[in-house]
Ligand binder design. Structure first.
Ligand code: WT7
Length: 651
């Protein structure tokens, strides 16, 4: 049987867990021996508090699963109240740092409870109750988790729309979910500039007639229009319901399978998919993975540097960490404001011990150089994490060397908006790490790599990554689109979830993610993954970042085009192109040598930092560009088109 994807890049560096880390780790080697049902049963009973315990672990009628059946609980109670009730009200829940200099807040679990209760009562006063869909469009302010938790407390499902999205994206989502209330803010701060959230929201609401009220947080104090009868200031809303004495607001007992939130993710068509996440399985899944993978201790200061508007922020800034009673950092702005050492300054200030970020951010720091990190004491860090894209081995090494002092484990975690929780990952005290490998399925997770015929690909072979058993935090469908759910995830194999990613499993059983299968290139009949060629390029000392794609070629079917950003502000040259082609030839083989190299100061990325290879293909084939609405910076691809049209082509 031919391999679905060939893999050629060899990585031989190995990093077993340091002995002292292994000895104290939350996850010990025997965790892999546990029976999946026993594992999730035990975690389900032990990790969350139930108003009424569940009586069945799960029910599986492909493609739908239900977990912890019969259980009643409230996510907000688990994330906030129970920690206060247990006497930990003075423990810090969030260390918040605004982008403008000196703006800081320390929010204890007690403070969080007070703020959530007051805001939940405010929401009630505008008619929000169990089942009312609420939209949230905010920046990284403490009130964003407060708003999410207040919704969860009332049993009102939310959809958070990332603050970088346009008015149109916002109204599409509000309309699809049928939101009745929108929570937003006047403006946000980003790299010293104001993001006009309320103005965008006004434009969105003009096209979202179902939204009766918008609640507006004053963040920057900028001038905004308030629509009479529709818009209410956050402070007026909570002031209005505030009486004398401590306020209360009961936590709504929710069924295990009640809707917690929708999070929209883009697909191949323009219409975003509302990914459905429910209550109990999601909470157990994110809290369990957070505990073991990030080795969280009672005194941890944990920082997930993602935006709460993405699933990473939902699962690993808000719900997982708070359920575990963890102290977390929230930073409002960009890593290069006012200078490129802002992150390292934050880590030093709060003595962060666990940092979780994305390869795109790591590569940005690589490009800026290690001197920014060297200015700060990062010795509090004991564990680093990565998510969002395959991480190139060189970026992994840089992260460990320059941020982790050459000794912290680096956990490369694979998952998706749809999976809700991390599924393939090292466990930092157990796993021998390999730069670029997400290593193994988490305990209780059944993954496999299959070929077109649905057979398991043997060691070393590339194929399609699937999940064969349901897991607690898995999506429960696409909102209002059951056929699309079946078609997108279940049509390839029927009873296995197909994630859309390619992977290979090596001789040790470790997984190597190969990127989206739509991006796989076919050169003279060899199916080559983009990540391997990119990693070979990034391995060159002068390369900061690269993206490759295939363009059609009359001889070979497809030819590889590489877009490369060099370190510093090196513009590149014909000699450099030759050097890079030779380098890829040495690392992988002649078949993977790019036909063209286009040097560029920036690569086109989505707002969440993923490289948009589809657009690179359009540029390489001189086609009109497809949908560019999800691009973070549309000028990058215009610039690329100009460069691509003047590039040197290798014969
Ligand atoms: C897609 C999901 C998961 C939270 C953030 C992204 C890619 C994610 C990895 C990783 C290789 C990864 C996959 C996946 N991806 N993590 N560690 N190694 N690829 O969520 O926007 O739903 O994207 O991101 O292609 O399918 P998302």
């Amino acid at each position: 049987m031919p391999q679905a994807i060939e893999t050629m890049l060899l990585e031989e560096r190995r990093y077993p867990p340091p002995e002292p880390f292994a000895a104290q780790a939350n996850a010990q080697p025997d965790i892999y021996e546990r029976d999946p049902d026993e594992f999730w049963e035990t975690e389900g009973r032990g990790r969350v508090s139930w108003f009424q315990s569940f009586d069945r672990l799960y029910e599986w009628e492909p493609p739908y699963a239900r977990w912890y059946l019969g259980g009643k609980l409230n996510v907000c109670f688990n994330c906030v109240d129970r920690h206060v009730e247990a006497g930990r009200g003075d423990k810090v829940a969030f260390l918040w740092e605004g982008e403008p200099a000196g703006e800081r807040e320390e929010i204890t679990f007690g403070d969080l409870l007070e703020r959530v209760v007051r805001f939940a009562n405010g929401l009630k006063s505008v008619g929000v109750k169990k089942g009312t869909p609420v939209g949230i469009y905010m920046g990284m302010v403490p009130e964003l988790p407060v708003a999410m938790l207040a919704c969860a407390r009332l049993g009102a499902p939310h959809t958070v729309v990332f603050g970088g999205f346009s008015a149109e994206s916002l109204s599409d989502r509000l309309n699809d979910m049928g939101c009745e209330v929108l929570i937003t803010q006047d403006e946000g701060w980003r790299r010293g500039a104001r993001v006009p959230l309320k103005r965008n929201a006004d434009e969105a609401l003009a096209a979202s007639p179902g939204v009766r009220h918008s609640v507006v947080l004053r963040r920057t104090g900028g001038d905004v229009a308030m629509a009479e009868g529709r818009d209410i200031w956050w402070h007026d809303l909570v002031g209005r319901v505030q009486g004398s004495g401590p306020e209360t607001c009961p936590c709504e007992p929710m069924d295990a399978e009640d809707l917690l939130y929708l999070l929209y993710t883009s697909g191949t068509t323009a219409k975003p998919k509302g990914i459905v996440h429910t209550t109990a399985g999601y909470l157990v899944g994110v809290a369990t993975t957070h505990h073991y993978i990030f080795d969280i201790k009672p005194d941890s200061v944990y920082w997930c540097a993602a935006d709460i508007g993405w699933v990473t922020g939902h699962s690993y800034i808000v719900y997982g960490p708070l359920c575990n009673g963890t102290t977390g950092v929230i930073y409002e702005g960009t890593p290069d404001y006012p200078d490129k050492d802002r992150w390292w300054e934050i880590i030093e200030r709060y003595k962060v011990d666990v940092l979780y970020t994305a390869p795109t951010a790591i590569r940005a720091h690589m490009k800026w150089g290690p001197e920014y990190a060297q200015k700060h004491d990062l010795s509090s860090l004991r564990l680093l994490g990565s998510v969002g894209e395959p991480i190139n081995p060189e970026a992994w090494m840089w992260y460990r060397e320059h941020i982790g002092a050459g000794k912290t484990p680096v956990v490369d975690t694979w998952w998706q908006t749809e999976t809700g929780m991390i599924l393939i990952t090292p466990l930092p005290g157990v796993t021998t790490l390999k730069p670029g490998s997400a290593t193994r399925p988490f305990p209780g997770i059944d993954a496999a790599v299959l070929n077109e015929a649905g057979e398991e690909v043997g060691p070393g072979g590339g194929g399609y990554l699937v999940l064969r058993r349901p897991w607690p935090a898995m999506l429960r469908g696409i909102y209002n689109a059951p056929e699309r759910y079946v078609e997108t995830y279940w049509s390839k194999y029927g009873d296995a979830y197909f994630a859309g990613d390619g992977a290979r499993i090596d001789e040790d059983g470790d997984y190597w993610l190969l990127g989206r299968v739509d991006d796989v290139m076919n050169v003279s009949g060899h199916r080559i993954s983009t990540i391997e060629v990119e990693s070979a390029l990034v391995d060159h000392p002068k390369v900061a970042e690269s993206a490759v794609c295939g363009r059609s070629d009359p001889q070979t079917g497809q030819a590889i085009v590489a877009y490369v950003t060099l370190k510093g502000s090196d513009p590149g040259s014909v000699e450099m192109m030759e050097e890079l082609r030779a380098h890829v030839g040495r690392k992988i083989g002649a078949i993977a040598k790019p036909a063209n190299v286009v040097f560029t100061p920036e690569l086109p990325k989505t707002r969440s930092g993923k490289i948009m290879r589809r657009l690179l293909r359009d540029v390489a084939e001189h086609r009109p560009l497809g949908d560019t609405t999800t691009l973070a910076d549309p000028t990058v691809v215009e610039e690329l088109e100009t460069r691509a049209n003047t590039e040197q082509t290798e014969e």
